[in-house]
Design a protein around this ligand. Structure first.
Ligand code: FE2
Length: 293
């Protein structure tokens, strides 16, 4: 084996990683070495810059917890999460498209009955989200689990309100046998990604918008269908074209129709304050229909 030089180092490392028994691990590690070496050769970092990068990654890990995942945020803001998502969900164009989960999903949300209020007194404008879940042939799908999470009307998720002892702005609903669902909540608002961590540190050195347009997150699951993790985005939001995590897809933009006080809500109740009416139909793809169309 030749001893290393700046010129031959990449080839020597690639050769060393060419004997890994697991072919997938071998492929991944060789690609990682190839692209990382190319990156370093392109930017030619000083040793101080290299240490800054290591320090940034170290601190990104150190501030991550079970409720705050700074690495996911880093992946999201570099567009990597949406790329991984796109590669793994090449659905029919008739199916509701997927997006990233993001850093704020919390497992085991409480169950709510159809039409129940998920906001539980949280600040914000009342908002009714309703529609149907069907398959791509238009047949209704009942008993679909809709795991919903969002900000309150002040732009904060549960993880950002550590003073609260309990569940905040999240819940699990199920579609009825006719595929219909009705969620009562408060309208989310546009918000910035958390800027008090290492990702924020990086953003403060750029002029990139840190905002996400107002949205509601959904994780939708039903036996026999591809699971869909997605968002509904408020049409007309100022940040709809510059979402910092690149999550907006055209079919996921939906009108939040503002209704005046005294109007009838989709549940038949007269609401004595202005509210939003959001209608959206989800379309699920059967597991057998895996190929993109
Ligand atoms: Fe979000």
């Amino acid at each position: 084996m030749p001893f290393v030089t700046e010129q031959n180092l990449t080839d020597i490392v690639l050769e060393r990683w060419s004997h890994v028994p697991d072919p997938r691990l071998r492929q991944i590690m060789q690609a990682l070495v190839k692209h990382m070496h190319a990156f370093v050769r392109e930017i030619e970092p000083t040793e101080a810059e290299w240490f800054t990068a290591i320090d940034w990654l170290t601190r990104t890990g150190q501030i991550s917890t079970d409720k705050r995942q700074e690495f996911i945020l880093a992946s999201d803001t570099l567009g990597v999460s949406m790329l991984v998502d796109a590669i793994n969900h090449r659905f029919s164009s008739k199916a509701t498209p997927t997006t990233v989960t993001g850093p704020f999903h919390i497992h085991d949300s409480p169950e709510f009955a159809d039409g129940a209020d998920m906001a539980q007194g949280a600040p914000g404008i009342p908002c009714f989200v309703h529609g149907k879940v069907s398959d791509i042939d238009g047949r209704p799908v009942g008993n679909v689990m809709l795991d919903v999470w969002q900000t309150d009307g002040e732009g904060l998720y549960e993880a950002q309100r550590p003073e609260l002892p309990d569940v905040w702005m999240r819940g699990i609903y199920h579609s009825k046998p006719d595929g219909s669902y009705l969620i009562r909540t408060v309208a989310p608002i546009a918000y910035t990604i958390p800027l008090d961590g290492t990702v924020g540190e990086l953003f403060h050195r750029t002029d990139i918008s840190p905002y996400r347009p107002a949205h509601i997150h959904f994780m939708i699951k039903a036996p026999g269908f591809h699971a869909v993790t997605t968002h509904l985005f408020q049409k007309g939001d100022d940040y709809i074209e510059t979402d910092v995590v690149y999550g907006v897809k055209e079919p996921l933009i939906v009108a939040f129709e503002k209704k005046p006080a005294g109007s009838k809500a989709p549940n038949g109740e007269v609401i004595n304050e202005p509210f939003y009416d959001v209608r959206y139909d989800f379309t699920l793809q059967r597991l057998a229909q895996a190929a993109a169309a």
